[in-house]
Design a protein. Structure first.
Length: 150
């Protein structure tokens, strides 16, 4: 399924919330295992009640089913998550490309321990502009801030 079978559409809470929450959790437990399942379960509630409703979210669908999404806060990528079953097939790249066309530039933060995601963003041309030793909750999970210009 390389890009050609994907449809990108705007997030619809009534239709997408449960499915995107599941994609977020499945991808997070795999990519952010170092955070711990209990903390990820707590974060899932925040994703469902705060982040998804307030962000500009675009959903990638394959054969009508959501397989990934990107959530934007202006030009900041608050989240990019692809179903683990669909990773490596162009979904994330297509979502970033869509967001870049809309915004003209993008920035994000990524856990440096998530080597796969860090490498993905570098491969797309994102440049690291800074690092911080603590995450948003003050825990010792280093983040890299990255930026991509159109």
């Amino acid at each position: 399924m390389k890009n050609v079978d994907l449809c990108i559409r705007a997030y619809e809470e009534a239709v997408d919330l449960e499915k995107l929450s599941a994609i977020w959790f499945d991808a997070s437990i795999r990519a952010h295992a170092f955070i711990g399942e209990m903390r990820l379960q707590e974060q899932r509630v925040v994703v469902e009640t705060l982040y998804l409703p307030k962000a500009e979210t675009w959903v990638a669908c394959h054969q009508g089913e959501p397989v990934g999404f990107i959530s934007l806060l202006d030009t900041f990528i608050g989240g990019l998550f692809v179903s683990p079953k669909q990773q490596g097939l162009g979904v994330g790249r297509t979502l970033v490309s869509h967001a870049l066309r809309l915004k003209g530039e993008l920035c994000l933060e990524v856990y440096t321990r998530n080597a796969q995601a860090y490498g993905f963003y570098k491969g797309l041309g994102f440049e690291e502009i800074s690092r911080r030793a603590l995450d948003d909750e003050g825990l010792p999970f280093e983040n890299a801030r990255m930026r991509l210009m159109a």
